[in-house]
Design a protein around this ligand. Structure first.
Ligand code: GSH
Length: 340
């Protein structure tokens, strides 16, 4: 009897250990590989796209560069895998990538039923509509019967169906796999309207032959909180992704910048900054990382505001306002939990 019980207990123990070994592997794997595998878009200016030197750049790319800096001490140690909307979740589930940082909306279904975990929000977006000025339409409510260029495997597809059903209007979907194809479809008049996350409409409009011939309509028909995603079942890795993002946001709130972090890491009069930068406490080791993890992140990519300015802000082709993506202290939604 006793032996049977012991066997049963050790079987349960073995299963539990296997589960731990299988699920806690990402940090070790990444360290062993010496490179972070990051899933990005196939090309979306401002978020993830190759720059003039064919180097991947953008807000989503900097999340991966930040995680690589936190984990490997080097933001360049990232391997980028371009993924269409349809391919992205399988790439993460299968272990092909360690993190997905690709304008991906956090939804209930994705979070619960796909075996994924969202690490937070790095851009608050909402779905909008791009039309040619020639079309002469001022509101989405005038789009009954119109044809829409959209991308397969996106929330865009689903929201459009909801919106038209709710407003008792008809529409014709014209579905593509990549943003390049979607844009080409719009330019060659395969559809009247291009719909996607509004930030992306501004990004895509910059790629049109005549950007001024197109306009974004005022309606926003959905909530699209975009953020980095990891696999479910590896809490340590999820914490690393989440706290890298939180460090970027908190750094902006505390005034820690790419330029001053080297100085601030030696100690400031703000205990929270000292903890974040490894000068006090042991926040790094709680993540399984070095005490300089956040210093490395901010040295490599700057704080959230600096990243926004570099890729999305008024001095970029996208020229986006901070809006909802301002800190909560400035009327926006960005609010990272404290560094303690
Ligand atoms: N945020 C939405 C939409 C994401 C999406 O993939 N949008 C297209 C709209 S253009 C895109 O970014 N494509 C980039 C690509 O083709 O790689 C989602 O998570 O489903």
């Amino acid at each position: 009897m006793k032996t049977k019980l012991l066997t049963a207990i050790s079987a349960v123990g073995a299963v539990a250990m296997m589960a731990t070994a299988a699920s806690a592997a990402t940090l070790d794997d990444v360290k062993k590989k010496g490179v972070l595998s990051c899933g990005v878009s196939t090309g979306l200016p401002g978020f993830s796209a190759p720059d003039a030197n064919k180097v991947w750049a953008g807000l989503d790319v900097d999340v991966c560069r930040g995680v690589a800096a936190a984990v490997l001490g080097d933001a360049k140690k990232v391997k980028y895998t371009p993924l269409t909307a349809k391919e992205r979740f399988t790439a993460l589930q299968s272990g092909e990538i360690d993190i997905l940082s690709r304008n991906t909306t956090w939804t209930h279904t994705r979070d619960t039923s796909l075996g994924l975990n969202f690490a937070g929000v790095n851009y608050y977006d909402g779905q909008g509509f791009l039309v040619t000025k020639k079309l002469g339409v001022k509101s989405a409510k005038e789009l009954d019967g119109a044809a829409f260029c959209i991308q397969a495997g996106t929330t865009t597809e689903l929201n459009l169906a909801d919106y038209f059903r709710h407003n008792k209007m008809q529409y014709k979907p014209v579905v593509f796999d990549t943003s390049e194809q979607t844009l080409a479809g719009f330019e060659s008049n395969r559809c009247d309207v291009l719909t996607s996350d509004q930030s992306q409409l501004y990004a895509l409009r910059t790629k049109l032959k005549n950007p001024n011939g197109a306009m974004v309509l005022p309606e926003i028909i959905s909530k699209e909180p975009l953020g980095p995603v990891v696999r479910q079942g590896d809490d340590q890795w999820a914490d690393i992704a989440r706290w890298t993002l939180n460090a970027l946001i908190n750094a902006e709130e505390y005034g820690v910048t790419q330029a001053n972090v080297g100085q601030m890491m030696n100690g400031t009069d703000n205990p929270e900054v000292n903890r974040m930068l490894g000068n006090e406490g042991s926040l790094g080791s709680m993540l399984g990382l070095d005490k300089d993890w956040a210093v490395n992140v901010i040295k490599a990519v700057g704080n959230y505001g600096e990243i926004f300015d570099r890729f999305l802000g008024p001095n970029t082709a996208l020229a986006l306002e901070r809006g909802q993506n301002a800190l909560y202290t400035q009327g926006g939604l960005l609010y990272a939990p404290p560094m303690r």
